[in-house]
Design a protein around this ligand. Structure first.
Ligand code: ZN
Length: 220
C-alpha cells in the first residue's frame, strides 16, 4: 500500500492486513476501544461498557491482565444473553430483531475490546464484514492511531508545558475539539511539521492512541 492509498483507504481490513505485525498490542487495543466508543449508545449492558473501559485502562497500564480476563468473560456472557433479554421483553417483531442485531453486534465489539488474544489478524477478521459508515469511521480511527509512513518522534523543543498540558487534557477527556488548538500551541513552540499540524487540525475524532497525542505524551 502506498502512502496516498493509506490516506484515502476506506477498507479497515486492508489497512490492518497492511500493518500486520507492525501494529503493537496497545494501539490495536485502543483501536477497538475507539470502535467501542462509537457504538457506546448501543451497549445496554453494563458489562459491555465495563469491558471497553477496562480495555482502555489495560492498554495504558492501569488495569491488570486478570482485570482484562474478568471483563472479557463478563462481556462474553452479556453477548450471549442479548437475544433472550430482548426477545422476552419485546416479542419477535421485525423491529425487535433489528434492535437485537444492533445491540448484539455492539456487545461483540465490547467483547473484542477485552479479548486477551486481540491482534492485527483478529482485528482484520472482525472488521471485514463492516459496511458504509462503520468502515469509514474505522478507517479514520486507524489513520488517527497508526502512522506507517513516517516516524512518530517529535522534536523535544516543541513539547512545552502548554503543549504537554493540552495533549494530556485531550487524551484523558477524549475532547477532540482541543486538538486543533493544540496545533496552534505546537506552532508557537516552533513546530512546522505539516503532517503533525494537518493531523491536529483534521476534523476527524482524535481517540486514545492518536499518534500525535501519543508522540507528545511519550506513550508507547
Ligand atoms: Zn489524532
Amino acid at each position: 500500500m502506498t502512502r496516498d492509498a493509506w490516506l484515502t483507504c476506506t477498507d479497515p481490513a486492508l489497512m490492518l492486513n497492511f500493518l500486520g505485525d507492525r501494529a503493537g498490542d496497545r494501539k490495536l487495543r485502543l483501536f477497538v476501544c475507539a470502535w467501542g466508543r462509537d457504538v457506546w449508545r448501543h451497549l445496554s449492558d453494563e458489562r459491555s461498557r465495563d469491558a471497553v473501559l477496562t480495555a482502555e485502562r489495560f492498554a495504558d497500564g492501569e488495569a491488570t491482565l486478570a482485570d482484562l480476563l474478568a471483563a472479557h468473560r463478563d462481556a462474553a456472557d452479556a453477548v450471549q444473553e442479548i437475544p433472550l433479554v430482548l426477545g422476552g421483553r419485546h416479542g419477535k417483531g421485525v423491529k425487535s430483531r433489528k434492535g437485537t442485531g444492533t445491540s448484539k453486534s455492539a456487545a461483540e465489539v465490547a467483547r473484542y475490546a477485552a479479548d486477551p488474544a486481540w491482534d492485527a489478524r483478529t482485528a482484520a477478521r472482525a472488521v471485514a464484514w463492516k459496511k458504509g459508515a462503520t468502515r469509514y469511521a474505522l478507517s479514520n480511527h486507524l489513520r488517527d492511531i497508526f502512522t506507517p509512513f513516517r516516524s512518530a518522534v517529535l522534536d523535544p523543543a516543541w513539547l512545552t508545558s502548554t503543549v504537554l498540558a493540552m495533549a494530556r487534557y485531550a487524551y484523558d477527556s477524549g475532547d477532540s475539539s482541543a486538538v486543533p488548538i493544540l496545533a496552534d500551541a505546537l506552532q508557537d513552540a516552533g513546530c512546522g511539521d505539516e503532517d503533525v499540524l494537518t493531523h491536529c487540525r483534521d476534523e476527524s475524532a482524535h481517540v486514545r492512541g492518536c499518534w500525535v497525542l501519543d508522540a507528545i505524551l511519550g506513550n508507547d
